[in-house]
Write a protein that binds this ligand. Structure first.
Ligand SMILES: [Zn+2]
Length: 323
């Protein structure tokens, strides 16, 4: 492959990824005729070109799939279900499409951040372990090669044998930004959308039927914990940047135009911030799936559908019979 071929192949790979771009604000450079934003595509081309020039699979690093929200008004339980399966099938479809334009293909490394901030968001370590094991089963059940791997905090050799709390401490000692500095940056207008979304998730997750405190107290607590989640997430992201220096960095959150990370959708959802682990999958009468909060599915009259004896998603009554 000469340089022109390398560039053209890398552009085609990036265009496949950008079809699923999750955007928040306007992307100035988006062509009027549609298609991917050139500024976002070009921000990641050098990494892709290096893989293509070397004839290696393109490595895409995706911090995601921490564990199910602890709020049962939003999710079915602690284990991955149809919502995660759909997202994994989507990611496997993306690596398959990339193989069609570039034979060595791509590897998506899911870097689960559950162990990193589970204590802050209220997911017990045992639930995170169970979630990760079931994620492994779901990945193994995909048509192979799926091009998807998992990477967790405990997969770092230096942390092997430590307790989960100590692993988090070591991560923070080595990578965490001081909380006061993070607060200053948010006050100055940086990462405000992420901070607001994080606060909203934590408020919702804490606003369970069992909660008896005031809304104001819950809101205050959510704000404090949002900073801690952002601090840990960023530490995890920086560690991943060191460990996988040439990789294309993906995110499940919308990112600014041309940013070093690229926000992508995992499943079709009307809410730009909704993820499989904060929701359930609802099977529509047409057989498609959409993500929504469990409570919303139940308010629509949807009923749980069992897969392998476990509730896996919801279906509307007409579709329940057909499922
Ligand atoms: Zn853009």
């Amino acid at each position: 492959m000469d340089d022109t071929d390398v560039r053209r192949t890398a552009q085609r790979v990036m265009e496949l990824v950008l079809r699923h771009q999750r955007t928040a604000s306007a992307h100035d450079a988006r062509p009027p005729a549609g298609g991917p934003c050139p500024a976002c595509r070009d921000a990641h081309l050098p990494q892709v070109e290096r893989y293509v020039a070397a004839g290696e699979p393109v490595l895409l690093v995706l911090p995601a799939f921490p564990g199910k929200s602890p709020n049962t008004a939003k999710v079915l339980g602690v284990l991955p279900d149809t919502a995660e399966r759909l997202a994994l099938e989507f990611l496997a479809g993306l690596t398959r499409r990339i193989r069609e334009v570039y034979a060595p293909g791509a590897r998506i490394l899911i870097c689960s951040d559950g162990r990193v901030f589970g204590d802050v968001v209220g997911i017990p370590d045992s639930d995170i372990t169970a979630y990760q094991q079931e994620m492994r089963h779901l990945i193994d059940a995909l048509p192979q090669p799926a091009g998807i791997d998992l990477f967790n905090l405990e997969d770092i050799p230096e942390l092997a044998g430590l307790g989960h709390d100590r692993m988090r401490e070591v991560l923070c000692e080595q990578y965490a930004e001081p909380l006061e500095q993070l607060r200053e940056r948010v006050r100055a207008g940086e990462e405000v959308a992420l901070y607001r979304a994080m606060t909203r998730f934590l408020f919702e997750d804490g606003n369970t039927p069992e909660y008896t405190g005031s809304r104001a107290a819950l809101q205050r607590d959510a704000r404090t914990r949002a900073y801690a989640v952002m601090q840990r997430s960023k530490a995890w992201g920086d560690l991943l940047g060191d460990r996988f220096p040439g990789a294309v960095r993906l995110s499940i959150h919308p990112q600014p135009c041309g940013a070093e990370k690229l926000g992508i959708h995992l499943v079709d959802t009307p809410d730009n911030w909704l993820t499989p682990w904060h929701s359930v999958a609802l099977r529509t009468a047409g057989g498609d799936y959409v993500l929504m909060k469990r409570q919303e599915a139940e308010e629509l009259g949807a009923e749980p559908v069992l897969v392998d004896g476990r509730p896996a998603h919801y279906a509307l009554p007409a579709a329940v019979a057909a499922a």
